[in-house]
Design a protein around this ligand. Structure first.
Ligand code: MTE
Length: 312
């Protein structure tokens, strides 16, 4: 796909009201913008956000920061759950640009700091369910993906959104191997991407996103298995055709394109009916997995009429 570059700045495509409102909030001391440039992009500190956690938040107890940032899947940095925390410090996350292209009105390479200036960050405490049958509760800080898509103008022919992770083998050592077809890629149907539950996250608790969790910008789609939530995003492309997704390409019988959390459809090699909550201790009981990870009231209508045993 041809990539057109523009010189547009984020402020050029951000409605002025949003901008001014943001600045007013900052000026009033209601939220502190913690050094957007320099030593790495910082999220707004969650405890300094004006609003309580959004209405989409679960009231379950969040996992600790140490649990969330110490037990990760980020294959670019290794296969063991502890590898990302050990190795991801090598990743340079500032400066960071995101290429937004394909079927959009204002394609371009946008500086992340500019993208963030136009967005209303909030805390979303979400259940996070990995396809490997473990789960956590994570207080993400981020903004709705639909807000970013609105800024760049989605063209009528767009039906899907494709995402790509950074490709930088010098800092992501596993990219020198062929364990996956790099860069890591994911995709959503446009209506899934527009759903208010789908966010781009820049932090967790009151910290900037730890590198092992996908700094400086990662997707979070809480009704889908964790592998849809692609980390360290550098490209977002609006497409007419269904995009490639890394695990779906790697093992299509095991990982479908949709990957909605579904206790009734087992992985061919293990059950998806229950999950182990990280941090619960060795003797903690497994808990039943909920359809759409418990977000069915919000998202089930997106899949009306589909056979979810086939479109898994
Ligand atoms: N994104 C990239 N680029 N590379 C990965 O290996 N792993 C996925 C997803 N995003 C992965 C990725 C998987 S399998 C899961 S479960 C979640 O990230 C884990 O997110 P967490 O480490 O923040 O819990």
């Amino acid at each position: 796909m041809a990539v057109r570059k523009t010189d547009l700045k984020w402020s050029d495509v951000t409605p002025k009201a949003v901008f001014m409102n943001r600045r007013a909030v900052i000026a009033s001391g209601g939220a502190a913008l913690l050094g957007l440039s320099g030593g790495g992009q910082r999220a707004f500190a969650a405890d300094k956000l004006n609003a309580a956690p959004s209405r989409y938040s679960t009231d379950e107890k969040p996992n600790t920061f140490e649990e969330i940032s110490g037990y990760n899947n980020f294959y670019e940095f290794g296969l063991d759950k502890g590898d990302p925390a050990k190795n991801a410090h090598a990743l340079t996350t500032d400066p960071w640009a995101v290429q937004i292209d394909g079927l959009v009105d204002r394609p371009g390479s946008y500086d992340l700091a500019d993208i963030l200036k136009g967005q209303r960050l909030e805390q979303r405490i979400y259940r996070h369910r990995c396809v490997e049958a473990w789960s956590m509760v994570v207080p993400w800080v981020g903004f709705e993906l639909n807000a970013l898509l609105a800024r760049v103008g989605v063209q009528p022919g767009a039906r899907f959104v494709a995402f790509e992770t950074l490709m930088r083998p010098s800092e992501m050592p596993m990219q020198k191997t062929s364990i996956l077809d790099w860069p890591y890629r994911e995709g959503l149907r446009l209506d899934e991407a527009m759903h208010p539950l789908a966010i781009l996250a820049t932090g967790l608790y009151d910290e900037a996103m730890p590198k092992q969790n996908g700094a400086p910008l990662r997707l979070v789609v809480p009704w889908k298995y964790g592998f849809k939530s692609i980390k360290s995003i550098v490209r977002i492309t609006l497409t007419a055709d269904r995009p490639q997704a890394t695990w779906n390409m790697q093992a299509p019988k095991e990982y479908g394109f949709y990957s909605n959390v579904n206790p009734n459809v087992d992985h061919p090699r293990w059950s998806q009916a229950s999950e182990r909550r990280i941090g619960g201790g060795f003797f903690a009981k497994r808990q039943p997995t909920l359809m759409f990870n418990g977000y069915g009231d919000e998202v089930a209508s997106l899949y009306a009429g589909m056979d979810l045993t086939k479109e898994y």
